[in-house]
Write a protein that binds this ligand. Sequence first.
Ligand SMILES: Cc1cc2nc3c(=O)[nH]c(=O)nc-3n(C[C@H](O)[C@H](O)[C@H](O)COP(=O)(O)O)c2cc1C
Length: 371
Amino acid sequence: MLTRAGRYDWAVTEFVRVSGTLLPRKSFTRVCPELHAGARTGSGTPVRVQLMGSDPVCLAENAARLAELQPAGIDLNFGCPAPLVNRHRGGAALLDEPELLHRIAAAVRGAVPQAIPVTAKMRLGIADTARALDCARALAAGGVQALAVHARTRSDGYRPQVRWEWVARIREAVALPVIANGEVWNVADWRAIRSATGCDDVMLGRGAVADPFLSRRIRGERDEAVGATDWQDLQPLLADFWSQVRVKLEPRHAPGRLKQWLGLLQRNYPAAEAFYRRVREMKDVSAISAALGRSIILSVRTGLPGQARGEDSSYSTASRPPPPPPQPSPPGAAKAAAPAAPPCRGPLTASRPPAAALGHNASDRMIENTP
Ligand SMILES: Cc1cc2nc3c(=O)[nH]c(=O)nc-3n(C[C@H](O)[C@H](O)[C@H](O)COP(=O)(O)O)c2cc1C
C-alpha cells in the first residue's frame, strides 16, 4: 500500500526468524505475499525478504529454499534490538561477533543464485560503536552486495539522537553501496542524512508511514511540505488499509492497527490527529467504519474531516513526538519455528563466489523497510 502512494526502488519485508529448522514455504509467503506475484507489490515495487538468525548453515539452507520462490533479494537482519529476539541470538545481538557475521553472509551468498541480491542491515553495535567497522567489513567480505546501516547502537534503542557520522565512516570503510537509515521524517532530513553520510541511498522506515508521500516529495514529484490536499489524497489509502486489516485481523485487533497508523500520521497531518481523537475510544469495528466513512466524505468535500461541522477545529498543528515504537514482532516470524518443520541438515556443499556489488548509479535511490 505504501509503495502505491510513494515510489521506491525496492522494499524489504519484516524479518522471518530462522532458528534450527528448515521453514516451509508458507513461512516466507506469509511475510511476503508478493512472492505469489513476481515479488512485486501491486504497484510494481520489488520486494526483498529479510531473514534473521545466527546459524550460518541453517540460514543458508533457508535462504536456498526462499530463493526457489524468486524474491527480489534476500536481506539479513543484524539490527533488531528487541530483547526477546536478542536473547535468542538474533538481530543486533550478533554485532560483537564480526567473524560470525562474515560466516553468515558467506554461507547465504553461497547458497543463493547470483541473480538474487543478498544484502544486510545492521546497527552500529550493541552498547557502543567499537566494532561497527569490523562488522561492516565482515559483511562486505562475506559477499553482501549492499549494506543498510541504522545509525544507532542496540542500546540507543529509538532515542532521538542518531549517529549519522558513523554511517559515513562505514561508507568509507567498505567498497559497496551503503544505505543510510534513521530519523528521516521529511525532505530536509533526507538532505541532511545524505550530506552527513555521503550516501546516495536512503532507507525510509517510520517516516514513510508517517507521510506516505514522503518519497515523492524527496523525488520532487510533490510539494516538499504537507499541503491541504494531501490528507484528501490519503483517504483512499486509509480506506484500503482499513478494509485490509478487517479482513486480515480479528475484529478486536483491527481498531488498534488503524489507531497505530493514525498515531504516526498525526505527526504530519493535523486532520489525522482530529480523526484519531474521534476514534480513540472506539473499539467496535462498525463504529470505526462509520466514522471513517464520514471522514472520507467530509475530507473529500472540505479537505479536512470534521471542519464542515465545525468539529475539531481547535487542534494544534504542532507536530507531536511519535509514539514509542512497539517491539517488532512480525506475525510470520513469531510462527516461523513451527514444530513440524524438519531440522536444518548440515553443512551445505554448494558454494558460489561472492557477487559483484549491485549497480549503484542513481542519486535518488530509495528503499522502504516496512516496519
Ligand atoms: C515497529 C517496527 C518494526 C520494525 N521491524 C523491522 C524489521 O523487521 N526489520 C528491520 O530491518 N528493521 C525493522 N525496523 C527498523 C526500521 O527498519 C528502521 O531501521 C528504524 O525504524 C529506523 O529508521 P526510521 O527512523 O526511518 O524509522 C522496525 C522498526 C519499527 C518501528
